[in-house]
Design a binder for this molecule. Structure first.
Ligand SMILES: NC(=O)c1ccc[n+]([C@@H]2O[C@H](COP(=O)([O-])OP(=O)(O)OC[C@H]3O[C@@H](n4cnc5c(N)ncnc54)[C@H](O)[C@@H]3O)[C@@H](O)[C@H]2O)c1
Ligand SMILES: [Zn+2]
Length: 353
């Protein structure tokens, strides 16, 4: 097992190669009341309710799958239930599932009693390499993704690699989009490893190394800039355009798929405005395509006007100006402030078909 430590408002460990049963054992022995959120699809496989039926102080709450759970109506119901479960300041919430579940669990923990402990047991690749680490928690609103949230770090993250065995190729590839992002912004060894293992099957065989490398980068960046004053923004490469696509698709695309499209858009924009070499753009396109990730959008479904309107509401925009994280070179993120509408439209034309 490998451990990576993150220093934010408190220090915590991410354990890579943990067992989920051992993790729950440890959490329930530390806290007298534990409130565990698990999505329906996962509960069907694991039946935690049955396994923990006799354990006093443990509440298992099944939540809807995917983005549906990151909703204010789910949150208000959970606040009532967490009260009934008697979760006090010394107790804990657990997010047991994909990134949507750890985002929701973290948000419930951040808001309940102005902040109780929470733990992440991520079960998707996106959850392992990204969502459960870093303390960004939140839910969506009608206006956009993750617009309501809080910075609230977990007390521990336990990564059980065995979960990846049941993860569909589609979800595995979606998680790889964030891994590839990490490769381009900070750790090119990730890219070399993926180029040597360029099918989903082969990439699965090196998952533990990919997770370790990705979490290491995230931990390092978050430990330097927890509240995202600047450095942490590099983790948002691909996300300004990606979030707009994700929202426009009404969440029918996986987060990672939208990020792949966003990385392509933001790399193309970087070629125009940051002098990014075409070789880096080609490398990124080739790698994303080898895992079946999308690079383009249907111009009928995703109009430029709708996407640009959504981007204006993005959290990275400042004083009404659009702001992107792009790449100046491999491993060198750069900021793009208020690009002209004509450049944006020209890049949009390149990826809209
Ligand atoms: N907080 C952050 O820093 C951060 C970072 C990245 C992503 N996110 C968020 O994470 C979410 C995306 O994460 P995701 O892709 O994990 O989404 P998700 O949680 O919706 O999971 C995807 C699907 O996989 C299923 N699933 C979960 N574990 C499984 C397993 N082991 N086997 C089979 N199926 C399984 C889920 O039930 C769901 O249907 C988005 O909401 C995104 O905004 C947050
Ligand atoms: Zn992301």
């Amino acid at each position: 097992m490998r451990k990576i430590s993150v220093s934010a408002e408190h220090t915590y460990d991410v354990e890579i190669g943990a067992s989920w049963k051992g993790a729950l054992e440890s959490i329930t022995s530390k806290h007298s009341h534990v409130f565990i959120l698990i999505p329906a699809a996962l509960e069907e496989k694991l039946n935690l309710k049955k396994q923990y039926a006799d354990k006093s102080g443990v509440t298992i709450r099944v939540v809807p799958d995917g983005e549906e759970q990151k909703d204010h109506k789910v949150v208000t119901t959970l606040w009532d239930e967490i009260a009934s479960a008697q979760i006090s300041r010394t107790d804990a919430v657990v997010g047991f599932g994909g990134g949507a579940t750890t985002d929701l669990a973290g948000f419930i923990a951040a808001t309940w009693l102005r902040g109780v402990n929470w733990y992440g047991i991520p079960t998707t690749l996106a959850g392992m390499v990204d969502a459960s680490v870093g303390g960004k928690t939140g839910i969506n609103t009608g206006a956009g993704k993750n617009l309501v949230g809080a910075f609230h770090s977990p007390s521990g993250v336990y990564i059980d690699i065995a979960f990846l065995e049941t993860l569909s190729d589609r979800d595995f590839a979606a998680g790889l989009a964030e891994v590839i992002k990490t490769g381009f912004i900070r750790d090119s060894e990730i890219l070399t490893l993926l180029e040597k293992n360029s099918t989903i099957k082969d990439a699965r065989s090196v998952a533990e190394e990919l997770i370790w490398r990705s979490v290491r980068v995230k931990a390092e960046v978050v430990s330097q800039d927890f509240k995202e004053s600047k450095l942490r923004e590099i983790l948002n490469y691909g996300h300004t355009f990606g979030h707009a696509v994700e929202k426009s698709a009404h969440y029918s695309l996986r987060h990672g798929e939208a990020v792949a499209i966003g990385m392509n858009f933001e790399a193309l924009l970087s070629v125009e405005l940051l002098g990014l070499g075409k070789d880096v753009l080609d490398r990124q396109q080739k790698l994303l395509l080898s895992f079946g990730l999308p690079l383009t959008i249907d111009s009928g479904k995703f109009t430029a006007d709708a996407l640009f309107g959504l981007m204006a509401g993005d959290k990275k925009s400042r004083n009404g100006e659009l702001r992107f994280v792009g790449l100046a070179a491999l491993g060198e993120p750069g900021w793009i402030q208020a690009p002209s509408e004509s450049v944006l439209r020209a890049v949009y034309e390149k990826i809209a078909q």
